[in-house]
Design a protein around this ligand. Sequence first.
Ligand SMILES: [Zn+2]
Length: 274
Amino acid sequence: MKTKNWPEGVQCGVALTFDLDAETFWFSRTMDSMASPNLMAEGAYGPKVAVPRILDMLDRLELKATFFIPGWVIEHHTETCREIVRRGHEIGYHGYLHEKAYFVEQENELIAKAKKIMKDLLGVEPVGHRTPEAELTKETIRTIIDNGFEYSTNTMDRDCPYLHELEDGRKIVELPFNWLYDDSSHFFFTLQTPERRRICAPSTVYEIWRTEFDGLYEEGGLYPFVLHPQIIGRVSRVKMIEDLLTYMKSRPGTLIGPGKVIADAARKALMPEA
Ligand SMILES: [Zn+2]
C-alpha cells in the first residue's frame, strides 16, 4: 500500500523556501570572489533588492516562506534579515560562509556558530536544516538530530516527505529536493569559472515547474522550491513565481508554506503515534 504523506485534507505539500546566500554564494565557488567588487555586488543584489520585492510578493499572496541564511549574511545584512523575521517568515540553518563541512566536529561548530548569530541578531532559533551546496557528510543526519533540528531538507532520493531513522530509534522528517526545483539550474549565468550560461525564459521554467507540480499533486507528493533571491528576484522571474504560486493555491488541498509547516504536516501523517 502506498504511504500517505499528508494528514486529512492535504493532497500535496509545497515547501516555499529561499536560500539567501548573498555574497557567500560566490565564496563557495572560490574565495577569490571576495576580491571582485562586481561578484560581491551580484550577491548583495539578493538582500538589497530581491528580498524586499519577494517579501511584497509573498504578502500579496498571503504566503509565508523559509529563508535559509548563512550566518555571515545575517551579520552583514542584519536589517534585511530582521525584516524577513518581522514579516513572519521562518529562518533556517545554511552554514556560516556557505561552506561544505567535512567532519562531524566541523558541522557541530558551524551549527553552534550560526545558531548563536541567529539568536543574538534575530532572536530566533532555527528548526530547519539545509546544508550549503547539498553537500552532506555520512554523519550529517545524526548531527542534525543531535543538534535539535525538527526537519532536514537535504536529500535527493525521493519526491515525497519521509523519515530518517537512526539505529537508536530517533527520527526526523526529511523534505527532499532536486536541482529541478532549484532556480539556479534554469537561470544561473556567470562568466566566472566554472562558467554557467543559462538564461531561460520565465515562461519555459513556468512550464517545467507547473507540469512537475501537476504530477506531484496527483501523486500526493512534495513540491520543494529552492530559490535564490539574487537569481529569482529579477522582476520577470518574481512575476513568474507569483503566477505559479497563484496557480498552486487554486488547486484544492495544496498546502503551501515554510519548511516547518510542511514538515509538521508530514510528521502528522508519517508518525501518527507522535
Ligand atoms: Zn545556498
